[in-house]
Ligand binder design. Structure first.
Ligand SMILES: [Fe+2]
Length: 261
């Protein structure tokens, strides 16, 4: 791909987002949230790409994947008024279909089109698909890392910022009650990511986000996570029980080890 392709993608994406703007203040906040998230994921993606010394073309592809990874969020929200896939639609799949339907990528070589579409399709899958070609797997892993880093930011800003700026859909419509699930917590001690289906409260969602540390792929991502202090910040918004304290220590120890490798 060439720089002009990337420029076209940015313009197309911006027009696409605008087509979903609405006069409803609550809905507009949720739409704007995803548009801003996209730009921040692009920034993080460039930082990770630089940390990994990717080449010029790979970096442009990585940025394109970041730009389009959540393109499915807009039609998802327009139709279902939620970002919760388990009660609406798989937004990765919908994003891939959206790019194909709008013929956004048609000027790129076929293998680059495939790479972007597959990366968008699987950025939110429970795990990285094993049968994918090696070069595509790299980009699926890149977007999964960049996306998580910015979801942590969005989520923490939601809890730490003034209430009037909160976009409601961030907590997925889950009840913000004191309970949390032992089942979700147990995945952390097994060094695995908890499945979304087990998430029933906002606290479960926080625990799920702690467990994402086990699904990161690249050292620059661990470095950014550590610099930004997201683990401690996330833990500070959870009930201060002994088992949660132990889970936090466990996650931080894993992060420390990952930084050394
Ligand atoms: Fe996403």
């Amino acid at each position: 791909m060439i720089k002009a392709d990337l420029e076209f993608f940015r313009q197309w994406f911006s027009g696409f987002c605008k087509s979903f703007y609405t006069a409803d203040i609550g809905d507009q906040k949720n739409i704007a949230l995803k548009e801003q998230h996209t730009f921040r994921v692009c920034e993080v993606m460039l930082q990770i790409a630089e940390g990994l010394s990717l080449g010029g073309n790979e970096t442009m592809l990585a940025e394109s994947v970041a730009l389009f990874h959540d393109v499915g969020r807009f039609p998802q929200y327009a139709k279902y008024k939620t970002f919760r896939d388990v009660i609406s639609v798989n937004h990765g799949l919908l994003g891939a279909e959206t790019l194909i339907g709008h013929k956004v990528l048609q000027n790129l070589p076929l293998e680059e089109q495939e790479l972007i579409i597959e990366s968008v399709k699987f950025h939110n899958a429970f795990s990285v698909p094993k049968r994918e070609k090696e070069d595509i797997t790299l980009f699926i892993k890149l977007i999964r890392d960049a996306d998580k880093l910015d979801i942590w930011r969005v989520f923490l800003e939601h809890f730490e910022g003034p209430p009037e700026t909160m976009a409601e859909a961030i907590t997925l419509g889950l009840p913000d009650t004191p309970e949390y699930s032992r089942e979700v917590l147990s995945h952390i001690f097994k060094k695995e990511t908890a499945p979304h289906l087990q998430v029933r409260t906002v606290n479960d969602f926080k625990l799920l986000q702690l467990s994402w540390v086990f699904d990161l792929n690249f050292k620059p991502t661990f470095e950014l996570l550590s610099e930004r202090g997201y683990i401690d910040r996330l833990a500070s918004h959870l009930p201060q029980t002994e088992e949660i304290r132990q889970a936090t220590v466990f996650v931080k120890e894993f992060l420390r080890q990952s930084l050394k490798e």
